[in-house]
Design a protein around this ligand. Structure first.
Ligand code: SF4
Length: 319
């Protein structure tokens, strides 16, 4: 399969605080990965690990501090000059379906507006056919949105409608940032499965961002586990989640004994900020909590090491 997206040494540093006390937060720390056509790639990790910042940089909402993002062979810096064309090809679905549509407009109006905005149809009938086609893909009908406002639909219906709207412009990449975390638990799997259907039927690639390893396990082809701005492990979802190598992935995996969409991680795995600062400068960021920490872990940042066809950032695998 051809590569659709390459993320190369991407870094994002935020400066926070007032002029008296300014501090830098490395939200994304020199990460690289690529995404193939018709592939679902998951970025997983707890909040603050850098997964959403990565998505925002890909979408062009955030400027990288360094590194590059290449989409369909063209750098994000070039795409900036063709923003509308880029947004046709790369669409996003966000966490809160209740904020996805303007509450003052009916949803069918919003769909027609999107069709007009991207010049996707030349007549009203053509627009209607296009809208029908995309709604059908997500299990909705035109009657479900016709003259209805976002307050009249359930969270699950709204999220489906948002996915249908994202599909109107035939994007080649969908970025889904925690798309089911605010949807009723009983509906989560059906919505997550939609992404797999869309991959298979339309050949669309998906970056799925989640803190929920169970849904990630069901839907992804490959997965990257992020911790404090680093990708600490990356490979096929089967390998990473059934035979995790990195101690952090193991801890996460242990907290969901069986992949189950109802279960979340048992406990938040956090590191005190002071500890983090200490290891940020040198050594492994996970050393403060790692059950297998060695003296080298506090001195040297672990490099990316290939184990089979997966990547692990951990000194345990040094050859
Ligand atoms: Fe643990 Fe050391 Fe590996 Fe970091 S490098 S995860 S501290 S064993």
């Amino acid at each position: 399969k051809a590569t659709i997206l390459e993320v190369k040494n991407l870094t994002k540093v935020f400066t926070v605080g007032s002029w008296i006390f300014r501090t830098k937060i490395v939200a994304v720390d020199d990460i690289s990965f690529s995404l193939r056509n018709a592939e679902i790639f998951t970025l997983a990790g707890e909040s603050g690990c850098g997964k959403t910042t990565t998505a925002r940089m890909i979408l062009g909402f955030e400027e990288p501090t360094s590194g590059d993002i290449v989409f369909e062979g063209v750098s994000i810096h070039e795409w900036k000059k063709k923003r509308k064309e880029f947004m046709k090809k790369v669409q996003a679905v966000f966490q809160n379906p209740f904020e996805g549509f303007n509450p003052l407009l009916s949803i069918d109006d919003i769909f027609f507006e999107t069709v007009r905005n991207y010049a996707l149809a030349s007549t009203n009938d053509e627009a209607r056919r296009l809208i029908d086609e995309k709604l059908k893909l997500v299990g909705l009908r035109f009657e479900d949105i016709n003259g209805r406002y976002s307050s009249e639909l359930s969270g699950g219906q709204l999220q489906r409608a948002l996915i249908a709207r994202a599909l109107l412009s035939n994007p080649s990449l969908l970025i889904a940032d925690e798309p089911v975390s605010m949807v009723d638990a009983s509906l989560r799997m059906s919505i997550v499965n939609l992404f797999a259907q869309l991959r298979d039927q339309l050949g669309v690639s998906v970056i799925y961002i989640t803190h929920d390893l169970a849904t990630a396990y069901y839907v992804s082809d490959r997965i990257a586990i992020m911790f404090r701005g680093d990708i600490v492990e990356m490979g096929s979802v089967e390998r990473v989640l059934t035979d995790p190598k990195h101690p952090y992935t193991r801890l996460l995996r242990e907290s969901i004994p069986e992949p189950d969409p109802e279960k979340k991680w048992k406990e938040e795995i956090t590191i005190a900020d002071t500890e983090y600062e200490e290891y940020l400068r040198k050594g492994c960021k996970f050393a403060g909590r790692c059950p297998e920490v060695m003296s080298i872990c506090r001195e040297e940042k672990p490099p990316e090491i290939m184990v089979g066809d997966s990547m692990v950032r951990c000194h345990l695998y040094k050859k």
